[in-house]
Ligand binder design. Sequence first.
Ligand SMILES: CC(C)(COP(=O)(O)OP(=O)(O)OC[C@H]1O[C@@H](n2cnc3c(N)ncnc32)[C@H](O)[C@@H]1OP(=O)(O)O)[C@@H](O)C(=O)NCCC(=O)NCCS
Length: 151
Amino acid sequence: MTQVRPATVADAPLLAALHAGGGGDRPWSAGEYQTFLARPQTLAWVAMTADGPAGFLIATLMADEAEIYEVVVAPAHRRRGLGQALMTALATQAKAAGARKIHLEVAADNRAARALYEGCGYQAVGRRKGYYKYSNGDTADAILMTLAIQE
Ligand SMILES: CC(C)(COP(=O)(O)OP(=O)(O)OC[C@H]1O[C@@H](n2cnc3c(N)ncnc32)[C@H](O)[C@@H]1OP(=O)(O)O)[C@@H](O)C(=O)NCCC(=O)NCCS
């Protein structure tokens, strides 16, 4: 059964390894995760499976808004609800902390992530042309998405 637990600064190397194993074009270093995890406004979780840690989500809470920076699930553990469990953990804690909205940006060509976010109720509210520049020279638009979590 999947469990989601809060991430701590000690998880920085784990997050870097999970990202390097399937997180996209520009992996963060363990040092970057360490800095981010040490901030009091950071919200982060690790998804645990019977095989060990298999995903994470990292976000920031600022005043009454939260912003997701990354959600990554190891390729061998995808499509088993881990991404959704991480998104639910964030929405629950952000709501309890008084946040009214959660924001994120996603590459227009990231079909899996867009489907995850739409399934969690996020709505597209804007687009940034050519925002993502990949190491191979390609670009992709960023879709800005928002979830309202308080009435
Ligand atoms: C996006 C990502 C986090 C999804 O994680 P996941 O654990 O596979 O997601 P879930 O199993 O919780 O999927 C929940 C729903 O999202 C949608 N979804 C997830 N992956 C999908 C895919 N490849 N194609 C279509 N829909 C998908 C489905 O609706 C799915 O429900 P279902 O399996 O019942 O059909 C994962 O694919 C990933 O790590 N991608 C690489 C990193 C990344 O791009 N992160 C986002 C930007 S930081």
